[in-house]
Design a protein around this ligand. Structure first.
Ligand code: G3H
Ligand code: 13P
Ligand code: ZN
Length: 326
């Protein structure tokens, strides 16, 4: 039997007000992915300490990993924890890359305040129809919906693409109008994971297509745009991982300057998963390398959580501009 509840019962908010304020203030709301308790705590504590609104996001596979029944209560626990610490920041729980109506519905029914329907691998009309179906269900329950137009390079869920199919600005107005989405993920050259570009030594990473972003912003003025695949792939973490027995030689991400520029534009939500994974992995590798006899999970997950708090604060303060906006 499904454990049905509304997101307000979990102390969550949808993304509507967050995006309205971000658009007006010229910053982006951080959307950090999590799978477990230490990641979740690291994210909310980092956001509470930097007084930033936050979107906690989980993919379908992360939800399965954590357990679909358990997961909304994790979010509730996180909200209660920061309240007990005296923090008052808006927290949304969002489904990342939902690919079916049933998955989106199940998340909404279990207490998510926001869902993404990623129909970007479908043809335009199919994508629009599927997204509309989710919007109709979600909006009746005050849940906000993110759609996607254009395909990111690399692996997007189970679908593999070698090249990025940039969003076609001329399709955006019709998509937004047909679907009624609250925000739209676009493709302007970012990609998922820790290996975003294949570059030769001495080469720079190719710049994001800000020209496409500008054209989209002109066609749908004031409409919240979302940037996926926006990890910087923090070089210090990659170095640390490699120094302590890892092998991530060609890992490369989006330069911070470009993320700052995006955050100051129509981009209201920036998705970060890989950087959080790298931060925790770097510290865990260091602890194990320096203390090979260690076997108490608190001794490696604890420092990893501390590092994640540091990373989240840094990003909110220096990259997204969301610090002190709660
Ligand atoms: O964009 C996808 C996110 O990074 C989540 O990845 O499916 O491995 O949880 P995942
Ligand atoms: P990264 O892999 O760049 O962190 O992107 C995460 C993301 O887009 C989640 O939807
Ligand atoms: Zn994504």
């Amino acid at each position: 039997m499904e454990d049905t509840k509304h997101f307000t019962e979990l102390g969550l908010v949808n993304t509507r007000d967050m995006f309205r304020k971000a658009m007006k203030g010229g910053y982006a709301i951080p959307a950090y992915n999590f799978n477990n308790m230490e990641q979740l705590q690291g994210i909310v504590l980092g956001c509470a300490e930097s007084k930033s609104p936050v979107i906690l996001q989980v993919s379908g596979s992360a939800r399965k990993y954590a357990d679909p029944t358990f997961l909304p209560y994790m979010a509730k626990g996180a909200v209660q924890m920061i309240k007990a610490l005296g923090a008052d920041i808006p927290v949304a729980l969002h489904l990342d890359h939902g690919d079916t109506f049933d998955l989106a519905k199940s998340c909404i029914d279990s207490g998510f305040s926001s869902v993404m329907l990623d129909g970007s691998h479908h043809a335009f009309m199919e994508n629009a129809a599927l997204t509309r179906q989710v919007v109709d269900y979600a909006h009746k329950r005050e849940v906000t919906v993110e759609g996607e137009l254009g395909v990111l390079a690399g692996v997007e869920d189970e679908v593999s693409h070698d090249v990025s199919h940039y969003t076609k600005p001329q399709e955006v107005e019709a998509f937004v109008e047909k679907t009624g989405v609250d925000s739209l993920a676009i493709s302007i050259g970012t990609s998922h994971g820790a290996y975003k570009f294949k570059i030769k030594p001495g080469e720079e990473v190719p710049p994001l297509r800000f020209d496409i972003l500008e054209e989209i912003a002109q066609r749908v003025p004031g409409f919240p745009i979302v940037l996926h695949g926006a990890s910087a792939v923090v070089p210090e973490y990659v170095k640390m991982i490699n120094a302590f027995g890892g092998k991530m030689d060609d890992a490369v991400g989006i330069p911070e300057e470009q993320l700052r520029k995006a955050a100051g534009s129509a981009v209201c939500k920036i998705n970060i998963d890989s950087d959080g994974r790298l931060a925790m992995t770097a510290i865990i590798r260091k602890v194990f390398a320096e203390n090979p006899a260690e076997f108490d999970p608190r001794k490696y997950l604890g420092p990893a959580r501390e590092e994640l708090i540091k990373m989240v604060k840094y990003k909110n303060e220096h990259v997204l501009g969301s610090a002190n906006r709660a």
